[in-house]
Design a protein around this ligand. Structure first.
Ligand code: FAD
Length: 437
């Protein structure tokens, strides 16, 4: 089967959706997702989205991001993200996104390693609010066709130029989608890990294809472990206890129920402290508590976390929450420039699968939704303003066969993990602490 479009966008999280909305209306777009539209990490985001709330905060925002990233960040990317944040937030508000307000003024919250409150939020379901509203806008657009349960399994490329993707439906039907431009927005890599806050179908598919087609990657070993996810004896996706809970005053306690750490350290440092505490005590988890805060405040500020913990038999207004670190975010990815262009012609990458260096070695809390949105718009505007037809589409795929799906997926996973390990070995460091499943 053969399909055609002007722009193929692979992934329907905030990055893919916002990119689609910012492309010119006269371009035909196909938006592809391997699962349902609601199954993206973007929907799971709890804490919020950073914004430059006033010009005076620029330097402080910049240096908080740099410090959290161990000063390995690309400074131009950080500046661009902060500078464009008000524009992106205004777009969101124009789409109907509601952020918390009091007396007509925006409310800002604070999370670890932020020196001031600069995070907009919608209860503890900010991702659902933003992604749901973006999706509603996308569905109104006549030039955007959505294909759910359709997986990108390969890139069509020739002479370092991308001219579309190979797709596989959930019934196993293979199709060739020819596109003048392709945007990879496939999210993170949590699906490769036993303990992760991410959806299991997010397995870094774009990275495997980048390795196969010699597209440049960057910081492949920069993997963020979130310090506080709900501990459960059973395996499966780990439920996040948002950093904003600590931002609002939660305490971390050891098995003796005493505080052992500054709860607002950057994520990587706090994770190390928790691992050290667990090792010292020989425990499977540490405790997090908000029981000293007002019960009504907890229920109103964190309704989702309250509800989810209740389902596990924990009333967080009275009881401590058992928490452990788990894989959460991928700072590395497909190397891109400030327009989100990859090293392959006509191929862009946005959101968590890309690496423009904004996060350096460690992401500052609530910078991810923002970064995904800012650089997705950059990609869309760049494609729109430089659009040229791709005349190099070649007959596929040199006789390639895609029937052996399970084997291809297993090989892809191995490729990515080997690459992470190779970079780790080269740099003699091991940031990835939890086991791959
Ligand atoms: C629990 C949790 C809480 C978070 N909280 C926050 C927060 O408060 N603030 C913040 O800034 N960030 C937060 N983050 C991080 C942030 O949500 C993500 O980094 C961001 O949403 C990534 O967006 P994305 O569009 O790149 O990817 P995603 O939203 O993950 O979307 C990826 C899309 O790609 C599709 N896909 C993947 N592979 C393929 C393939 N082969 N073929 C077709 N489709 C494919 C998926 O189906 C999905 O539609 C949180 C993350 C998690 C997991």
């Amino acid at each position: 089967m053969k399909l055609e479009t002007d722009v193929a966008i692979i992934g329907a999280g905030v990055a893919g959706l916002y990119c689609a909305l910012n492309l010119p209306d006269d371009k035909k777009i196909k938006l592809i997702t391997k699962s349902s539209l609601e199954m993206s990490d973007s929907y799971l985001a709890q804490g919020g989205i950073c914004v430059l709330k006033e010009e005076e905060d620029f330097d402080s925002f910049f240096w908080d991001t740099m410090k959290a990233g161990h000063y390995e960040n690309n400074q131009a990317s950080v500046r661009q993200m902060i500078r464009k944040s008000p524009e992106v937030v205004n777009d969101l508000i124009s789409y109907g996104v509601e952020f918390e307000q009091k007396d007509g003024k925006m409310l800002y919250t604070k999370e670890g390693a932020h020196s001031t409150a600069r995070i907009l939020y919608h209860r503890d379901i900010t991702g659902q609010e933003i992604t749901g509203k973006l999706l509603a806008q996308v569905k109104k657009k006549k030039n955007i066709e959505i294909m759910e349960y359709t997986e990108m399994i390969d890139l069509i490329c020739y002479n370092n130029r991308c001219s579309g993707v190979m797709l596989r439906s959930k019934e196993g039907v293979i199709a060739r989608l020819e596109a003048h431009y392709t945007v990879l927005a496939t999210g993170g890599i949590g699906g490769l890990y036993q303990d992760s806050t991410n959806y299991p179908h997010l397995t870094g598919d774009s990275l495997a294809l980048a390795i196969r087609h010699q597209i440049n990657l960057k910081n492949m070993n920069y993997i963020q472990i979130h310090p506080t996810t709900l501990f459960m004896e059973r395996t499966g996706r780990r439920f996040l206890i948002s950093e904003s809970v600590r931002g609002e005053g939660a305490y971390l306690l050891g098995s003796n129920k005493e505080r052992f750490v500054d709860e607002l350290l950057p994520r990587d440092m706090l994770t190390q402290k928790i691992y050290q505490q667990m090792k010292k005590e020989g425990s499977k988890h540490v405790w997090l508590t908000v029981a000293h805060l007002e019960s009504d405040f907890i229920k109103q500020r964190f309704p989702n976390i309250y509800q989810r913990c209740m389902e596990e038999g924990i009333d967080i207004t009275r009881q401590c929450i058992p928490v452990i670190p788990a894989q959460h975010y991928f700072m590395g990815g497909i190397e891109v420039d400030l327009y989100s262009k990859t090293s392959m012609e006509h191929l862009y990458a946005v959101g968590e699968t890309s690496c423009n260096g904004v996060h350096g070695a460690n992401r500052l809390a609530s910078n991810s939704l923002l970064e995904s949105l800012v650089f997705a718009k950059e990609a869309a505007v760049h494609i729109g303003s430089t659009f040229e037809k791709n005349n190099t589409i070649k007959p596929l795929a040199d006789g390639k066969v895609y029937e052996n799906y399970e084997q291809i997926k297993a090989a892809d996973k191995k490729l990515i993990l080997q690459e992470i390990e190779r970079v780790n070995q080269n740099e003699q460091r091991n940031i990835t602490q939890n086991k791959c499943g």
